[in-house]
Design a protein around this ligand. Structure first.
Ligand code: AMP
Ligand code: MG
Length: 334
């Protein structure tokens, strides 16, 4: 199969609709990362996403809808705080989890009685979702456990020959996956940190918790149980207090004839002296550049020496979560 990379226009959108209506898969741009979408009502189409990615069968997908879609057709019991949050932040990088009405394929939520719904703000995603006028089940468009894609080329690198169409909207402006927010309780609870931060949610909803799994409990967001985002090269990981050790590690690799690269915030290490993949200086820049730098690192480096940024809170909650999971300190999703 030939994989076409096309920007969204009348012709490519018609093609996308035909593929989706026939039970196929279309990759599409969003403001967070690229998604791998299929008709959420169709069992076979949803199952084919899991097969294509090699995604574990217990890691649920998010249903993506356009901004005029009536979410009430799919989910129940939308609490007043969720309505306020939707007015404040949607369309945008916020996924909200509600009790499911069981209308979409049971494979979307992997047997959970909830459904995660997202309304992306990307113009490409909106016109695609409007054209199909269906909920589109979509995980990130990367092979399971690989780094998430933030350009059409990244999707192509993982799936060339396996999918017919990538709707290209350019580089993703957000760069890390959406915030996943459990809206089934009295207080909203973050299952996955992202660009809509705990502070932003608390400002509108009055309060916001971070989910922490209790011992022996099935995680509320099953995806968080897997290691993830790992670049396909050797890696080493240091906190910013361990800078000297990081430099020693880099120099040892060079001494062995290897080609090490640092991955760190802008200005921490001189790029005249070392090979540096810079993440930028603020949290938003780090989110936007992280996955592209990880993919660049795996192409160029024999050893990627990552140095954890010092900042905490806000968007850094999401950046640090991806950072530690990419370098194997925590476990993940695909
Ligand atoms: P991905 O699209 O690859 O970024 O993964 C989707 C994320 O959303 C995973 O972390 C899932 O665990 C989470 N998710 C999807 N549906 C649900 C749900 N019904 N309840 C909780 N988390 C969910
Ligand atoms: Mg993913």
């Amino acid at each position: 199969m030939k994989t076409h990379i096309l920007s969204a226009d009348g012709e490519s959108l018609l093609q996308a609709k035909q593929i989706i209506d026939a039970g196929g898969i279309v990759a599409f741009h969003t403001e967070t990362v690229y998604g791998l979408g299929a008709n959420a009502f169709c069992d076979e189409a949803v199952q084919s996403i899991f097969a294509l990615k090699g995604r574990p069968a217990d890691n649920p997908l998010i249903a993506h809808v356009h901004k005029d879609y009536d979410v009430g057709k799919l989910v129940d019991k939308i609490p007043p705080y969720a309505e306020k949050l939707a007015r404040a932040y949607l369309p945008g990088p916020l996924t909200m989890v509600y009790p499911s009405k069981g209308k979409v394929s049971r494979f979307v939520s992997c047997g959970l009685d909830t459904l995660a719904v997202r309304v992306p703000s990307s113009e490409t995603a909106q016109v695609f979702l409007k054209e199909v006028d269906l909920p589109i089940a979509a995980p990130s468009a990367n092979r399971s456990r690989h780094v998430s894609p933030v350009t059409a080329r990244h999707v192509y690198d993982d799936f060339a020959g396996d999918i017919p169409l990538i709707l290209d909207g350019g580089a993703c402006s957000g760069g890390i996956e959406s915030t996943v927010l459990d809206c089934t309780g009295e207080i909203p609870m973050i299952l996955r940190a992202g660009l809509v931060t705990r502070e932003m949610i608390a400002e509108i909803a009055g309060d916001c918790l971070f989910y922490e799994k209790c011992a022996g409990e099935r995680p509320k967001s099953p995806g968080m149980a897997y290691k993830h985002y790992a670049p396909g090269c050797r890696t080493a990981y240091f906190t910013s207090d361990e800078l000297q050790n990081a430099v020693r590690c880099y120099l040892e690799e060079e001494g062995r004839g290897g080609l090490p690269y640092f991955l760190c915030r802008e200005g921490l290490l001189s790029s005249a002296e070392y090979r540096v993949l810079s993440l930028g200086a603020c949290a938003e820049d780090m989110a936007r550049t992280l996955y592209a730098r990880l993919r660049e690192g795996e192409r160029k480096a024999t050893l990627l020496v990552a140095i954890e940024p010092k900042e905490r809170g806000g968007v850094m909650d999401g950046v640090l979560n991806r950072f530690t999971r990419a370098f194997g300190r925590e476990t993940d999703e695909t």
